[in-house]
Design a protein around this ligand. Structure first.
Ligand code: SAM
Length: 201
């Protein structure tokens, strides 16, 4: 099991690029700001919070949650737009998400970071956190490994069929595409999906 805080303390953070994720920049350029709802917006596994601050520029309240105290502390050291906050917590823990309600959730490299056996808990946490009609927007790593590389993670890849199966109990798929903007080396390996939270049958 990954000790995320130790990785931040050791500087072993190859995912940390010092900027908002390129697919989020692409999405912010495409979506009407109202698509995110009235807020707050949740960013699970927010790391140093670059995506949180990019979303906060929409003028909506945004909460980034991460289970690494070091990441949360460092996120809070960046200049604040006045709309974002950061919290220490385990997004998968019902004690963390119970009673919270968000109009949208932005997923980037949290789903692929958790153990695949926890994906059902992730989907349930996302569903329970979002209001009915809420937006789940996320980048999912389809293929993190180079040809010939032994497949180990994190990151852990996922297929579109698996994604749809995990989220189907609570979400309908609105749209999805391979993002044009990507970090070098991730081109064509990610998928950006938009899901709508629906009432349970
Ligand atoms: C690969 S890093 C990505 C960080 C950030 N999204 C980024 O793009 O820079 C995964 C992050 O998820 C956090 N994380 C992993 N499991 C989590 C959980 N159950 N709840 C909250 N954060 C979690 C880790 O501490 C780490 O900061």
């Amino acid at each position: 099991m990954t000790d995320w805080d130790q990785r931040y303390l050791a500087g072993d953070t190859p995912w940390e690029k010092g900027q908002a994720a390129p697919p989020l920049v692409e999405l912010l350029g495409k979506l009407e700001p109202s698509t995110w709802g009235a807020g707050p917006v949740l960013v699970p596994g927010c790391g140093l919070g670059h995506d949180v601050r990019a979303l906060a520029m929409l003028g909506l309240p945004v909460l980034g949650v991460d289970l690494s105290p070091t990441a949360v502390a460092r996120a809070g050291e960046f200049p604040n737009t006045g709309k974002e906050t950061y919290a220490l917590g385990n997004f998968l823990d019902p004690a963390w998400w119970a009673g919270r309600e968000f109009s949208a959730l932005w997923e980037h490299t949290c789903f692929c970071a958790i153990d695949p056996s926890e994906r059902g808990r992730y989907a349930e946490a996302a569903a329970e956190c979002l209001c009915e009609g809420g937006l789940l927007a996320g980048v999912f790593f389809l293929n993190p490994f180079d040809p010939g590389e032994v497949a180990s993670g994190p990151p852990f890849g996922v297929t579109l069929a698996e994604l749809e199966a995990w989220f189907a109990p609570w979400f309908v798929l609105l749209d999805g595409w391979v993002p044009t903007l990507a970090y070098p080396g991730r081109e064509g390996r990610e998928w950006l999906g938009l899901f709508r939270r629906v009432a349970q049958a």
